[in-house]
Design a protein around this ligand. Structure first.
Ligand code: GLA
Length: 443
């Protein structure tokens, strides 16, 4: 299983969905209601969040989308008799969705909405299958800037062959004939219908596929949307699974087999951030944020911003970590380059490295239950190896991306003390501050 997944790791979809004004070129940054509010949403929630995103300085760091998740319509399949449009819940959204969009735009932010490529959403609200044009037109007219498009309640005639990967382990090719082209699947067709409907609107709407890794979306998602969910729903715990949802470490383990899929204009989505939620420790919150940023996953905050703890806000505002995620020149995510164990849901790949305009970066995760010394060995990082074109020899300057301070100049390696479940995030340059390997991961 691992061999075939590793093989998938070198798959890079072509024909990316390129949208005007750079929309979708870099991972989306914003906030979404689902992880902490679930269906308990209202206009007030989003306007308050928008104010806080401005006041807390999150907007200035690039967080711009404020995304309404499930439960904004009227339960069932109820649509307006005349226009066929989904009716926003009049109690939750008395001014309609357009009013919320106006409030966001007045603050220099953008509005996201949620839909479903089936008959009903996961929460049992109207789905958009068969209504793609109607719904895309409504969202566009209301001023929506982002669509998260979910995958519940698929009618029988649209279901692909029995296909449970990745929910059941197995492999993406497990249930289909050899060479099966998933871009020709019903799942791909359902998501392409909405893409096409969005593209006919006179508005740019970022398109986020919420398809949980099904139908081998890594192989075709880049032509369909700007990001694609790769796995089950996240929940705020370090390790384990709960009612079909996955904690942080199992998700990271899955991500380690798809490291080479993400790039400009399209990327794996490892689900919205749980930073600040549940009883994650500060170190676990830091690891979650640093690794999702390193993977180039969208950075969509999922915690309540009212009375957010300062140390949690500091994690979400870690500027150098965000800069890696948003780098305008190096679009690829970080590479897992050393695994203490392979394919382990509790101890996923722990040594990751990537490249940005400012240098080579390493993210060293401690999955153990105790603080430990971790050795960053320069020669182990693929981009710093001698056969790499244009690599500049050491000694190298190592800089702490969390504190913004230089750690020192080292010839071969440096030992870093990493707390339980924490992640050291460092930048490596030549001693005089040059990129040590400017061609690595440049594509
Ligand atoms: C699915 C999605 C979640 C969330 C819920 C809403 O489970 O994966 O992210 O949108 O539906 O019902």
């Amino acid at each position: 299983m691992i061999a075939s997944l590793l093989c998938l790791g070198i798959l890079k979809p072509v024909d990316a969905l390129v949208s005007p004004d750079g929309t979708g070129r870099l991972p989306a940054m914003g906030w979404n209601s689902w992880n902490e509010y679930a269906c308990d949403i209202s206009e007030d929630v989003f306007v308050r969040v928008a104010d806080l995103m401005v006041d807390l300085g999150l907007k200035d760091l690039g967080y711009q989308y404020v995304n309404i998740d499930d439960c904004w319509g009227v339960k069932g399949t109820t649509r307006d008799n005349v226009t066929q449009r989904i009716i926003p819940n009049p109690v939750k959204f008395p001014g309609g969705i357009r009013h919320v969009a106006d409030e966001m735009h007045a603050r220099g932010l953008k509005l996201g909405i949620y839909g479903d490529a089936g008959t009903q959403t996961c929460g049992g609200y109207p789905g958009s299958l068969g209504y793609e044009e109607v719904d895309a037109a409504a969202w566009s007219e209301w001023g929506v800037d982002y669509l998260k498009y979910d995958n519940c309640n698929i009618p029988q005639e649209w279901v692909d062959v029995p296909y449970m990967y990745p929910d059941n382990g197995g492999s993406p090719d497990g249930d289909v004939p050899p060479g099966y082209d998933w871009s020709a699947s019903n799942s791909s067709a359902r998501y392409n219908r909405m893409r096409d409907a969005l593209l006919t609107q006179n508005r740019t709407i970022q398109y986020s596929l919420c398809i949980w890794g099904h139908a081998n979306v890594a192989a075709w998602g880049n032509a369909t949307g700007h990001s694609w969910r790769m796995y089950s729903d996240i929940y705020p715990a370090w390790a384990g699974a709960r009612q079909g949802s996955q904690a942080l470490m199992p998700i990271l383990n899955q991500a380690a087999f798809y490291w080479n899929v993400s790039g400009f204009w399209g990327r794996n989505d490892w689900d919205m951030l749980e930073v600040g939620n549940g009883d994650l420790t500060l170190e676990e919150n830091r690891s979650h944020f640093a690794l999702w940023a390193a993977l180039k996953s969208p950075l969509i905050i999922g915690t309540k911003l009212d009375a957010i703890r300062p140390e949690i806000l500091a994690v979400l505002k870690a500027g150098e970590i965000i800069a890696f995620n948003q780098d305008p020149v190096y679009g690829a995510g970080a590479v897992p380059y050393r695994w203490d164990r392979v394919g382990n849901d509790t101890h996923p790949a722990d040594y990751w490295a990537g490249s940005s305009s400012r240098g080579v970066h390493a993210f060293l995760l401690n999955t153990e239950e105790e603080e430990r010394d971790t050795e960053l060995v320069f020669a182990e990082i693929p981009g710093l190896q001698e056969q790499q074109p244009a690599v500049r020899p050491g000694p190298y300057l190592v800089h702490d991306m969390w504190t913004g301070e230089d750690i020192g100049v080292f010839s071969d390696s440096v030992v870093l003390r990493v707390k339980r479940h924490d992640t050291a995030a460092v930048r490596v340059t030549t001693a005089d501050g040059q990129h040590p390997s400017p061609q690595w991961l440049l594509r």
